[in-house]
Design a protein. Structure first.
Lengths: 376, 376
């Protein structure tokens, strides 16, 4: 159930109720690709960093350790130890970005595993079966993610096929949810909008999948090569055609600035590997901009990463210590920085919710939209 | 202050009071070589694993980030965030095991950094100055650690020199502790016994350094190539000549079985990289023996690493999940296993203390001395 509590222009403050708990939106979903957030965080660290939703990757878990094994072990919640909402992607994006020897056909995609070269077929039915075995809270329909810029004709054919794949995804998920021994019989299914950077394709596709009455809708295929102005243009074009009473999810996006722009345009959910990946290289988000902790100037700096931050890392450790840990090759460096960056993202979204509650979102956005993406 | 509370044969239950807190002995000291326990543990995780003392390495911290920088930042306690007792070694062992181009002279050792080849000189005075800058609770005298087996003549000359180095160490530490701006004016200094596997050299050396009235005494130069029976023979030979009213520390030892044997012979303090290093390869100590979590048979095993263990890892995660994390190359694998193995060691020492308290140490030792070192 998705309840909009307040709106501010197109921006929405809402509550999304699932069998694994309520998500306050706008929300950031924290990426735990292989069932663990990279950098050494466990499910038991997630509450300390303000995480509401854990996101796991279907493609990776299908290859290793295998979704059938995870089902046998009780599903992703039991496997990882996280009892809150989990979203699984469809596997589509990873097949297109990681797998080799892809052949796309009407029935689905033939590809080779990036781990051992094993030949695999995945279509909408297979993706739903895998996600059903994983037992996530929210499954994603199976789509093709096309890199930008794309030819109009290919984009059109691809997103027509993705629309047919959404229909098949829904049908298969309905069947799986009704089985007596399914891991999560209340598994939700979100549709995914595609159409590259072509507004007419995006809108037509969105209308078509909106008719399928899925549990939420995502905008896929953005932040895959196009300038950010193009991304904002497409979000503005497509959100008016997304059901107002269902969550809207912008997949794989993005910087703090991107998130502020997308919230303004009516998006509710986000995910991105950027905060954890940047953290592992010592690139740290702060209210003053992005700090590179490897910089010589932090050598004897006793301040925390961000003096305005209340995360477990900033409450306890200095820039000088964290810089030393990176230079010394200590794993703790990455862990402390991943904690900081994910806390930053989850807190950014919490502050956005507060601003929407208080009617101050426009000021909040104006204050931070540029500065947070700037390297200092 | 070191107070023996109870004895059982040569074994001692005692309390060691320092300015940074009381250590219940026998105790295991947890190795944080570069100011962090490898595997991503922070100082704030140490209380969760039962750690009483953190051990940091003088050689590593002198090279990187530099002891002068750490002094400027307030010493190792402020730098790492651990407020309990910290022991620093003298640097001697690492110079002999890691550094290149060593030349040993009466004044000290000339060597090249293993990081950048930089030429460095370290003698007793330099080692004390570095440890004083680090501000540890307990400093170690500067010694030469000779690999076993060693020629008698070399062993004799080396341990005579080490005795002279201990005198110089004590004199320099007394001077440093009296300076007005020293980081820890109450820094303790332990002497180190050497003499390879020759009982006469060991005993003569021990008598000589016992006369120096240092704050505690370590047995160094064991577990460096000799069979374990040789090690036990030397411990038995030397402990009768160690002051009964000062802590006794067996450096760099060892397996759970080694520790039980040494406690029986009157040793109070231990340190070893084995639990954390083995953990990072998935070799896990349990009450049933050493388990290799990478084994195929744990693929779908929902039990914790050790069903008898109460550590944060065993309370939360299954063998199947941890094995998956290793296969997937997730850092969390190492962190969970380091937590388990260090908890195991700290708990082993706590159980030894309980057994000494209850007069059941002999039974406890008999039950576990072999099984804990066996691979299963």
């Amino acid at each position: 159930m998705f309840t909009v509590l307040k709106t501010d222009g197109n921006a929405r403050l809402a509550e999304f109720t699932t069998v694994h708990g309520v998500v306050q939106t706008p929300a950031f979903m924290n990426v735990a690709t292989q069932g663990a957030i990279k950098g050494g965080l466990s499910a038991y660290d997630l509450k300390d960093i303000g995480c509401q939703v854990q996101l796991c990757n279907t493609y990776h878990l299908h290859l290793r350790p295998g979704d059938k094994l995870i089902r046998e072990l009780g599903g992703l919640h039991a496997f990882t130890g996280w009892d809150g909402p989990i979203l699984t992607d469809s596997g589509g994006f990873q097949i297109f970005s990681l797998a080799a020897l892809r052949r796309i056909r009407e029935e689905g995609v033939y590809f080779s595993s990036h781990i051992d070269g094993r030949k695999i077929f995945m279509g909408p039915e297979e993706s739903m079966q895998i996600q059903s075995n994983l037992g996530s809270t929210i499954a994603m329909g199976f789509d093709e993610c096309v890199e930008n810029p794309a030819e109009y004709d290919y984009a059109k054919r691809s997103c027509e096929r993705t629309a047919r794949w959404m229909e098949r995804s829904k049908k298969e998920m309905d069947r799986l949810n009704a089985l007596p021994d399914t891991v999560n019989p209340n598994q939700l299914l979100f549709g995914i909008n595609q159409g590259c950077t072509y507004e007419d394709l995006r809108i037509e596709h969105m209308k078509r999948i909106a008719d399928m009455d899925m549990d939420g809708y995502a905008i896929g295929g953005l932040a895959v090569g196009e300038p950010k102005e193009e991304m904002y243009r497409i979000i503005s074009a497509v959100t008016p055609f997304m059901p107002i009473d269902k969550p809207r999810y912008l997949m794989g996006v993005g910087t703090p600035g991107n998130i502020l722009e997308a919230v303004e345009r009516g998006v509710d959910l986000f995910d991105c590997v950027m905060p954890s990946r940047n953290a592992r290289h010592g690139h740290l988000f702060t209210k003053e901009g992005i700090r590179n902790i490897n910089n010589e100037k932090y050598k004897n700096d006793l301040s925390p990463i961000d003096p305005q931050c209340g995360c477990p890392t900033c409450r306890r450790h200095s820039r000088a210590y964290i810089r030393h840990l990176f230079k010394a090759g200590e794993m703790l460096a990455m862990r402390l920085c991943v904690i900081h960056n994910l806390w930053f993202y989850n807190t950014l979204l919490a502050e956005i919710r507060d601003a929407l509650q208080n009617g101050t979102f426009a000021q909040y956005k104006a204050k931070y939209v540029d500065i947070l993406d700037t390297r200092i």
